[in-house]
Write a new protein. Structure first.
Length: 368
């Protein structure tokens, strides 16, 4: 077959209607389609101006997925990543001026000398199949020999500063209470990685000037509320005690002094409340293992407007939360049947999910 004819056949096949599974929810019945498969533990996605997606894979790859589900070759130019355990290529966000500067930001577990590693964030210019001018703009201060709790979600504030979520790395939980380091923190930086103006501890000699909030365990969901412009996050508890917070400047969210979870296999960790420490906005006991977070602002899925959507790794669910102001007024669990790593509301009004598997999938939920 002639090369041009073969290409035409491939593209026509890619555009064929996808098989859809009917997904009944409280508000509406949706079509769930597998738009793409064969992804290696995909972790994060962002929509590009043309409607295609940019996707990270934890093993250390980044690629495009077209609107019809066609996967590109791996994008070249990524730095080395420590792809072990929970580590690898993680969060992703576009520069607010991406249409002009083609700049992206991504988080990853960075290998360092001596067999240790830490969460890092880099910026790069996305030029077709190549990343150019790759620059690490942030490095977690403490590098250790651990494969756990990297955090890694990235989100821009409405005024253009970058929030970075950081885990306690598993074995250093007490560091979440120490302002002198980056364990268990949300940090807020400028695009070049310098501390953002107005950070709460900038004038303290015993604190990192980029720290925004602290006392977190492992934040793997972050989104800015579409109406208030305020950051919302969720984090993994231990055995029980996953929680949603609205991290405010300088506030202490308690880990590991307070938690609604317990040690794996049983055993008390701290207490549930303590004066001066923030209580979660919403929590899950038992844990759902939350990952990914997006506010739905489209009009196509009736009844979901301004709802908060969160993936569940443990139960293979999409969790839909109705909000009344800053309170959760209703929760719906929608069974997907696979570990959900990321959730994004698309520009077409559909909801897109990434499944965390060896044969990871991009799923699209759209109204029938």
């Amino acid at each position: 077959m002639h090369k041009s004819a073969l290409l035409g056949l491939v593209m026509s096949l890619a555009a064929l209607p996808l098989q859809a599974e009917s997904l009944k929810t409280e508000k509406v019945t949706l079509d769930m389609q597998t738009l793409a498969s064969g992804l290696n533990h995909p972790w994060a996605m962002q929509f590009l101006p043309d409607g295609s997606l940019l996707v990270t894979e934890r093993a250390g790859s980044m690629r495009y997925i077209s609107k019809t589900g066609v996967k590109s070759d791996v994008i070249q130019g990524l730095p080395a990543v420590h792809a072990q355990g929970q580590g690898g290529l993680l969060g992703l966000v576009l520069d607010p001026d991406f249409a002009k500067n083609q700049t992206i930001y991504f988080s990853f577990s960075e290998p360092r000398d001596g067999g240790v590693n830490a969460t890092a964030v880099a910026s790069a210019i996305l030029d077709g199949q190549t990343l150019k001018q790759v620059k690490v703009i942030f490095r977690q201060a403490e590098a250790i020999d651990s494969n756990y709790h990297y955090g890694g979600r990235l989100v821009f504030s409405p005024s253009g500063e970058l929030f970075i979520t950081l885990g306690d790395r598993g074995s250093r939980r007490d560091g979440a209470q120490e302002l002198s380091g980056h364990f268990g923190k949300v940090v807020k930086v400028n695009k070049d990685g310098t501390p953002a103006a107005g950070n709460p501890f900038a004038d303290r000699a015993d604190a990192k000037p980029d720290v925004w909030s602290y006392g977190h365990r492992n934040i793997q969901g972050a989104a800015v509320h579409p109406q208030t412009g305020v950051l919302w996050t969720h984090e993994h508890g231990p055995q029980g005690g996953d929680e949603i917070n609205i991290p405010a400047a300088g506030k202490n969210y308690g880990w590991p002094v307070i938690t609604y979870g317990e040690e794996y296999g049983g055993g008390v960790i701290g207490q549930k409340t303590k004066a001066g420490l923030e209580q979660p906005l919403h929590l899950w006991v038992p844990s759902i293992a939350p990952s990914g977070m997006s506010f739905y602002t489209g009009s196509q899925i009736n009844g979901w407007q301004n709802n908060l959507l969160i993936g569940s790794l443990k139960f293979g669910q999409l969790v839909r939360l109705e909000l009344t102001g800053d309170k959760v007024s209703h929760e719906e669990r929608i069974r997907i049947g696979a570990r959900i790593r990321d959730v994004q509301a698309g520009p077409d009004g559909s909801v897109y999910l990434l499944t965390d598997e060896d044969d990871g999938k991009l799923l699209r939920l759209s109204p029938q």
